[in-house]
Design a protein around this ligand. Structure first.
Ligand SMILES: [Cu+2]
Length: 139
């Protein structure tokens, strides 16, 4: 008699015993408990949505700023993340005078600069000597 094809060996014909049903019920109860536990966290979701409204951009600092033009919407919190990929001291500090911000950029680290652009226009960000230049366009 040839072996039955298909199915996993050992599972075919295995009876569903009351023990299995109890385990399933406990599993469902555990899942229900976890969902109930997470309920308060779900209520905080609007905060998460608020953070979704942040406009962010990654700017690589290496002999200049890439990209060197960042377009932002006004009245939406902005988060510019600078990643300096060089050791040249020229770029170790970035300044955004129009937004009252500046930051030291350790090599290889990502440093976030956050501000709220409220006015339309074009604004410069530069290294602390004004050699490297980037542009922020607020629409
Ligand atoms: Cu410089």
């Amino acid at each position: 008699m040839p072996p039955a094809s298909g199915g996993w060996p050992g599972t075919a014909g295995e009876p569903v015993t009351p023990d299995v049903l109890i385990v399933d019920a406990l599993g469902l109860a555990a899942i229900g408990g976890i969902l109930w536990y997470l309920r308060p966290l779900r209520k905080s979701q609007p905060v998460q949505q608020a953070s979704d409204a942040v406009q962010s951009a990654l700017i690589v600092v290496k002999g200049g700023y890439t990209p060197d033009t960042i377009v932002l919407q006004r009245n939406v919190p902005a988060k510019l993340v600078f990643r300096r990929e060089e050791a040249a001291p020229c770029s170790e500090r970035v300044v955004l005078p129009a937004f009252g911000q500046s930051a030291t950029l350790p090599q290889g680290e990502e440093v976030a600069v956050e501000f709220l652009p409220v006015s339309r226009g074009e604004f410069w960000f530069t290294c602390h000597m004004g050699v490297l230049k980037g542009r922020i366009v607020v629409q």
